[in-house]
Design a protein around this ligand. Structure first.
Ligand SMILES: [Mn+2]
Length: 239
């Protein structure tokens, strides 16, 4: 979608919200690709609006794959943005679009800026599975956690490509090279673990085409992930 005021973060979020509200009112289940992670805030403000046929006014369970929690409302962001890529996972809970008690954030890793860098998510009520805990629990237990928490709630899946190892997806906004990220097989297995849940949509974010390798491997990976999301939506609709 077009952003005539591309340098005004808040106006872009409002445009995204209005765009996806129309989709929600039509009852369609969108899969979005592109943009930094701020887009998820606008998308869910639209999809989980009171008038949404998709959610019936219910809060959304978030299945969030990312190296970062994106719940830092206390930290100012680029040009003073208030609903940025660093903020959305917090304000969507505070505003009532996301039910943190039904949601899981998985894949967190990197060199933390502070010792309590995961704190905001715990305070909001998210289940947080950093990459070390994922390796301890194993994929099946992690999938169980996602399914137990989501239950019959409408589920939205947001996939930040930086949850993947940089060798898999080098063209992302916030590289975390110091800790091994998900392989593509690990990420795909987690996504397929959501099969049968009421997946109302999803997104693939933080693709930076200008940083990609000449064979555009990150773009191809992003398309593969989007394909998995579309498969989950389609599977639910025909089941
Ligand atoms: Mn991230």
């Amino acid at each position: 979608m077009p952003f005539p005021e591309a340098n005004d973060n808040e106006l872009c979020i409002e445009r995204i919200t209005a765009f996806f509200r129309r989709i929600a009112e039509a009852g369609a289940r969108p899969v979005a690709i592109g943009g930094d992670h701020s887009v998820t805030g606008g998308i869910l403000q639209g999809l989980a609006a009171p008038s949404s046929r998709l959610t019936g006014g219910r809060k959304v369970a978030l299945f969030h794959l990312d190296a970062h929690i994106d719940a830092y409302e206390s930290i100012p962001h680029w040009l003073g943005a208030r609903k940025s890529a660093a903020h959305w996972a917090s304000y969507l809970v505070r505003q009532g679009q996301v039910d943190a008690s039904r949601s899981v954030q998985i894949g967190m890793r990197g060199n933390p800026r502070t010792a309590d860098w995961l704190g905001p998510s715990y305070e909001l009520g998210y289940e947080v599975i950093p990459i070390e805990r994922y390796r301890e629990l194993g994929p099946e237990r992690c999938i169980e956690l996602v399914r137990e928490r989501a239950g019959d709630a409408p589920v939205y899946i947001t996939f930040d490509l930086d949850c993947l190892d940089p060798s898999v997806a080098p063209a992302v906004s916030n590289l975390e090279p110091a800790f091994t990220g998900f392989t593509i097989d690990e990420a795909t297995r987690l996504l397929r673990g959501a099969r049968g849940l009421d997946v109302i949509g999803g997104d693939v974010v933080c693709l930076l085409p200008t940083k990609d390798s000449p064979n555009q491997i990150t773009a191809m990976v992003a398309a593969a992930i989007a394909f998995e999301l579309i498969g989950l939506v389609a599977d639910r609709l025909v089941a």
